[in-house]
Design a protein around this ligand. Structure first.
Ligand code: PXP
Length: 258
């Protein structure tokens, strides 16, 4: 992603705006509106995961994001021929290759780059050939980092899910171990010439320890922020609904008494 911040870039993942929209079908809430709002609030880029089962983001969302966004689009996708064709059609700023299992609720664990070198190589080559930066979502494991560099990726995104789970469990020793792993991984990846991103499960409570790592130049955050936005925004939305109801009643009664 391009930089608008001298510090660390923030990519906002808008998948779960689409999750809420899809719960009813229709168009509300619109992930594009959320993307524009996120950018207005200081996001450096927008991330969207087009899943094979289209459970949240749709093909049309990707087309609109690409057409309308004023900041870079990071398209998360599985390494499949279908997704490759979509990426080549829309040419996002970056593609983040992620593992995908139909039955999972979210992206569990990183890609096994070491084991999938030959499978992934043509995808990396085609994407890079089209001018798309290639990011690989991996665990902060030296074997995976070295394999990512060998594969020719531009970026690795380190999976922060295990760290965030230990934090949720109040497991201080586990948190320390995961943070040490992420810090060592970030250093190793940067030394291997990879741009280092991180994300998954980050919250207001967990972001600090990762944001502090100098080698990590971008964080991608979604689920927590979309959830938190409910609490930031519900109050005003309810008040506006009440005001509209009251306005309508008053207008009705003044028509009746006229
Ligand atoms: N980075 C990657 C590669 C992801 O797959 C996800 C989840 O879609 C995220 C970051 C953001 O995770 P979260 O929604 O938990 O903040």
């Amino acid at each position: 992603m391009l930089s608008s911040s001298p510090l660390q870039r923030l990519g906002i993942n808008i998948d779960h705006v689409a999750t809420i929209r899809n719960a009813r079908g229709g168009r509300h809430p619109d992930p594009l509106r959320a993307a524009h709002l996120a950018i207005e609030a200081g996001a450096d880029g927008i991330t969207a995961h087009l899943r094979e089962d289209r459970r949240h983001i749709s093909d049309a969302d990707i087309a609109r994001l690409k057409a309308e966004l004023t900041r870079p689009l990071n398209l998360e996708m599985a390494a499949t021929d279908e997704m490759l064709q979509i990426a080549l059609r829309h040419v996002p700023n970056a593609c983040c290759l992620v593992p995908e299992k139909r039955e999972e609720r979210t992206t569990e664990g990183g890609l096994d780059i070491a084991g999938l070198h030959n499978t992934l190589l043509p995808y990396v080559e085609r994407l890079k050939g089209a001018g798309i930066r290639v990011s690989l979502f991996i665990e902060a494991d030296p074997r995976q980092i070295e394999a990512s560099a060998r594969l020719g990726a531009d970026i690795v995104e380190l999976h922060t899910g295990a760290y965030c789970e230990r934090a949720l469990d109040d497991d201080a020793a586990g948190v320390a171990a995961e943070i040490a792993k992420l810090a060592a991984g970030a250093k190793l990846a940067a030394a291997a010439g990879l741009e280092v991103h991180a994300g998954h499960g980050l919250t207001f409570n967990t972001v600090g320890a990762v944001a502090r790592m100098a080698e990590i130049v971008e964080l991608n955050i979604g689920h927590f922020l979309i959830g938190e936005a409910i609490f930031g925004g519900l109050h005003g939305a309810v008040r506006r609904m009440r005001a509209l109801m009251e306005e309508a009643r008053l207008a009705g009664s003044s028509r009746r008494s006229a």
